[in-house]
Design a protein around this ligand. Sequence first.
Ligand code: SAM
Ligand code: SF4
Length: 327
Amino acid sequence: MIQSKLRDSFGRRHNYLRVSVTDRCNLRCAYCMGPEGVEWLPREQILSYEEIVKVVKVAVALGIDRVRLTGGEPLTRKDLSLLISELSRIRGIQDLSMTTNGLLLPEQAQSLRRAGLQRVNISLDSLNPATYRRVTGGGDLQQALAGIEAALEAGLNPVKINVVLLRGVNDHEVPDFIRLATEKELQIRFIEYMPVGVGKMEQAESFFPVSAALEAAAAYELSPTEKVIGTGPAKMYKLAGGAGAVGFIPSISEDFCAGCNRLRLTADGFLKPCLFWQDELAVRPVLYDPDQLRALFFQAMIVKKKAHQMGEDGQSVKERCMSRIGG
Ligand code: SAM
Ligand code: SF4
């Protein structure tokens, strides 16, 4: 394996780029943008597919070999398959994935797979229709479940399910989600609520640690495993006799910054070395100068800090909400 040239001041090599293709969304999750939503960026500020491909090509030449599309809701951007098809032709990308709320997968999963998308993470915070509707600001659970089926049928593999743990909202559903992983070949990942952006939920009150979710999973026989594709910071477990797997991501209660290998490209063209810190580098001014674009990636390595400070003394990210950063 070729080592990435993108090494920061703390020795961490970066091989993973998350690309936000839009800040727009067809849901209004309470912890992400809240029921009123956020103002959309003007279209002319959003990078075109051609511009995204240009940035990704430079990133790959420097050692990025994992690319994840995200947003906003990536499937709301027109003709996303065209972008995927361009990206899948870039030699050097080993892993091309997407994070989505899944609502538009029934009509798009097959064409995304044909275009070269390898796998998806689908966000699903409740298996109860009323709770799902409430958390997502009006989403239809059946449509999300149909999206999961469509992803499995299209052969997007593995299909991971992201569950943001919310105290008093879905914490009692941990066993239900695990049951789902015994029935279907899904990787269910419980994620801690991060104090990012303008979501209208009180983070301190709604926070539910993954350690408590692990306790709630006690009735299941879980055996630790590392043999799961693209696990990132998740602690993964196989289920005795089950098809799927379960993961726990302690984004706040445990600091996994020491192993960070990620960079983010926002939909409006900023390279962000870290979700938490305000540092962001504008790609637009250097888009047509490959040397300067390369230099921008190295600059991102220089400014990248050692760790985030989310949760410390109530610190949060206010400048950009998750849908604008690209979660
Ligand atoms: N719309 C897509 C979706 O929901 O999957 C992609 C974008 S969304 C911003 C990416 C991920 O960020 C989702 O899994 C979502 O649950 C998660 N997310 C958003 N706000 C969050 C927060 N404050 N804390 C933890 N996860 C969050
Ligand atoms: Fe939209 Fe995803 Fe944010 Fe929910 S978490 S509002 S689906 S961007």
